[in-house]
Design a protein around this ligand. Structure first.
Ligand code: ADP
Length: 659
């Protein structure tokens, strides 16, 4: 068709402009200023027609000469209901074209276009536009739009010719249109005949007004699309920067700080707080904050949670709470605490978003808008806070998992150390006495004539060494059982005095074979009953006394003292005047296998497990144990506490900890 009108210079149109133009042309008909016009519209495909079908039903009420052409896709077919529908073959050149012709007695206008080949391909070079703009609206067409009557008549003539090919039965109706509007009278358009003939005696205002409205509308759509692209891009940048921080660092402090900063800045908040919180927490300390200049800081302060109805709502619903205006919101008005909080911190609009992981509350993100003017948050902004909170949930869990891993590693290292120590102990402590026993027994067996005194020495050496081995194995098993929680506790009400006596009587057995320092007991009058497992209490006392004897020369002294320590505990102290402990060793003497000389140079006997066992026992009943000493040769004091029976409420019987 364009070839038939060679003197017209085609122009490039975007689809949006063509839609605006054609709607304005149709509206001119609908405005009822034209009498029974001829309207011919050719759509490329049925789907484009379908979007306009309702307009054509209305157009058909204005004229009986309305023709709509389209390539069928589903149910578009030749028909004469309402107006004439003409279904052309999809291979027809018309499927590349877009036409609209309106002709009345004193008015003519036409739009004749062909879709630019490769318009879509070119668009792909503009990916940022393609991303969000509907590719359909960026389709381009080449063609003309004119009000020249001659051109419009020519266009109508060509289209009517095509129509009569597809719908020959309409011949008389088409003929009627031709006659009425003088179509086909200009046969030689390349000659001197003047095609240009303007029809100006019609009110074109509705057309122009509608055109402007449609153009405005499409401009507005474009504007909105760009705005959403920009918002999307900013959102993606923000989420990226936080994800990068998460990837870069396993330190949750760093990640939370970056998130508070970026989120606060991005959403123009006066304050953005991020803190860790669990659903049952009473209060939370503000650990991370973004602040706008002039806003008071809450960093380091403690926020109430249990008494904050907004926080409780977040916990109950498992989702964020948004207060647009703190002065108007009922949840705030009915609660004095929260009203006070909002006033003190100058909060006008308030968003509290939970940081969750698999439904478990890990923390909170809060946005505050201050200054008296409410700042309603847009849905997109709230979505952004949610997205960030989700990222933070992952970051916190990741950090927790890492910390657990480190913990486990440390435990493994400790286990490894224990294993090495055990090997050293078995290597020396067990092998040495074992070989001594072996030598003694072999000598006894191979030398039956051995003098009786020597036989006795041999036998007693073998016996004492086997006793040392027995103790080591026993201590090791005891400690393993205590540490692994396999020990069954039998708590009972006891007098400290009785237990101290039992422990001393054990020491007396030792005193039979070697000289031990004097032991004095100094127990306070009216000591209350204590609640503990009696056997284990005697065991701990005996071990501490045994150490005091071991590390104190026979001429020294040992004192066992006990007094009430506050309302809950009795404190027992074993003091000796022996070799003392360096201040920096006071804690590590309780480590497994710790011995000042090291296992291999041990002079005083023992396994290095005694104090570790004592700590496990005392911790088992909820007490504490510690050592004091002024240093080398200054003597030592070992203290431990035992719970008092009266202090343990009857309805809550003491549950002995198994470890
Ligand atoms: P051991 O079987 O070696 O006594 P313990 O665990 O009971 O093992 O004690 C660990 C170490 O703590 C001892 O080897 C010793 O160096 C130090 N120690 C314990 N009790 C005393 C004490 N009363 N005076 C000085 N040092 C002590």
């Amino acid at each position: 068709m364009l070839q038939a009108l060679p003197y017209l210079r085609p122009q490039l149109y975007f689809k949006a402009s063509l839609t605006a133009l054609s709607h304005a042309m149709e509206d001119q008909v609908l405005a009822a200023t034209l009498e029974q016009p001829l309207v011919i519209a050719s759509f490329q495909r049925e789907r484009f027609y379908r979007q306009e079908a309702h307009r054509y039903q209305r157009l058909a009420q204005r004229s009986n000469q309305v023709y709509v052409l389209s390539a069928p896709e589903t149910d578009f077919a030749n028909s004469s209901e309402f107006y004439e529908k003409v279904a052309f073959e999809p291979e027809d050149g018309l499927s590349q074209e877009w036409h609209l012709v309106v002709i009345a007695q004193n008015y003519a206008t036409c739009l004749v276009c062909r879709e630019s080949v490769g318009s879509l391909a070119k668009n792909e070079q503009l990916p940022e536009i393609n991303l969000s703009l509907d590719t359909d609206t960026s389709r381009r067409f080449e063609g003309i739009w004119t009000s020249e009557r001659g051109v419009s008549l020519k266009a109508a003539e060509l289209l009517l010719e095509r129509i009569s090919v597809y719908r020959p039965e309409l011949a008389s109706k088409i003929e009627e249109a031709r006659t009425r509007f003088g179509i086909g009278e200009y046969r030689s358009i390349n000659g001197d005949e003047q095609l240009a003939e303007y029809a100006c005696d019609i009110d074109t205002d509705p057309f122009v007004q509608r055109l402007v409205t449609y153009l405005q509308a499409s401009q507005y759509k474009l504007h909105k699309a760009y705005r959403s692209i920009t918002a999307q891009a900013r959102k993606e940048r923000l989420i990226n920067s936080i994800s990068t921080a998460i990837r870069r660092s396993l330190n949750p402090q760093e990640v939370l700080q970056v998130a508070a900063q970026e989120l606060g800045e991005h959403l123009g908040a006066c304050r953005c707080l991020i803190y860790r919180a669990q659903a049952t927490d009473e209060a939370a300390k503000i650990e991370h904050e973004f602040l706008n200049p002039g806003i008071s800081s809450l960093l380091g302060q403690t926020l109430p949670l249990a008494k904050n109805p907004l926080f409780q709502e977040v916990v109950r619903k498992g989702e964020g709470v948004c207060v647009t205006d703190t002065l108007e919101d009922e949840r705030i008005a009915i609660d004095d605490n929260i009203t006070q909080l909002a006033q003190n911190y100058g909060i006008s609009s308030w968003l509290i978003e939970p940081v969750l992981f698999q439904g478990r509350l890990l923390g909170i993100v809060e946005l505050h808008y201050c200054g008296g003017t409410p700042h309603p948050l847009q849905a997109g902004e709230i979505d952004l806070v949610k997205a960030i909170a989700t990222q933070l949930g992952v970051a916190l869990i990741q950090a927790e998992a890492f910390a657990n891993l480190e913990d486990l590693n440390q435990q493994l290292e400790a286990l490894d150390r224990t294993r090495s120590n055990l090997i050293a102990i078995t290597g020396h402590e067990l092998r040495t006495p074992l070989s001594t026993i072996q030598v003694c027994l072999e000598s006894l067996a191979s030398e039956p004539d051995m003098p009786i005194e020597l036989r006795e020495v041999m036998l007693s050496t073998a016996l004492s060494d086997s006793e040392r081995m027995r103790k080591l194995v026993q201590d090791f098993l005891t400690l393993s059982n205590l540490e692994s929680g396999r020990v069954q506790w039998h708590p009972e009400s006891l007098t400290v005095e009785e237990c101290v006596e039992l422990a001393i009587s054990r020491i007396r057995i030792r005193a039979k074979t070697q000289k031990v320092p004097k032991i004095k007991t100094e127990l306070a009058q009216n000591l209350p009953l204590v609640r503990a497992d009696g056997d284990w209490l005697v065991e701990a006392l005996a071990k501490l006394m045994d150490n005091a004897c071991k590390f104190t020369p026979p001429e020294g002294a040992i004192e066992i003292e006990a007094h009430r320590n506050g309302n809950q505990m009795v404190e027992v102290t074993i003091t000796d005047t022996g070799r003392g402990i360096e201040p920096n060793r006071l804690e590590i003497v309780f480590d497994r296998f710790y011995q000042e000389e090291g296992a291999l140079r041990r002079t005083a006997g023992g396994t290095g497990l005694g104090l570790a066992i004592c700590r496990q026992i005392v911790n088992g009943w909820g007490g504490e144990i510690w050592a004091e000493s002024d240093g080398k040769d200054q003597g030592s004091q070992f203290h431990f506490t035992i719970p008092i029976v009266e202090a343990i409420q009857e309805q809550k019987p003491l549950k002995m900890k198994s470890r």
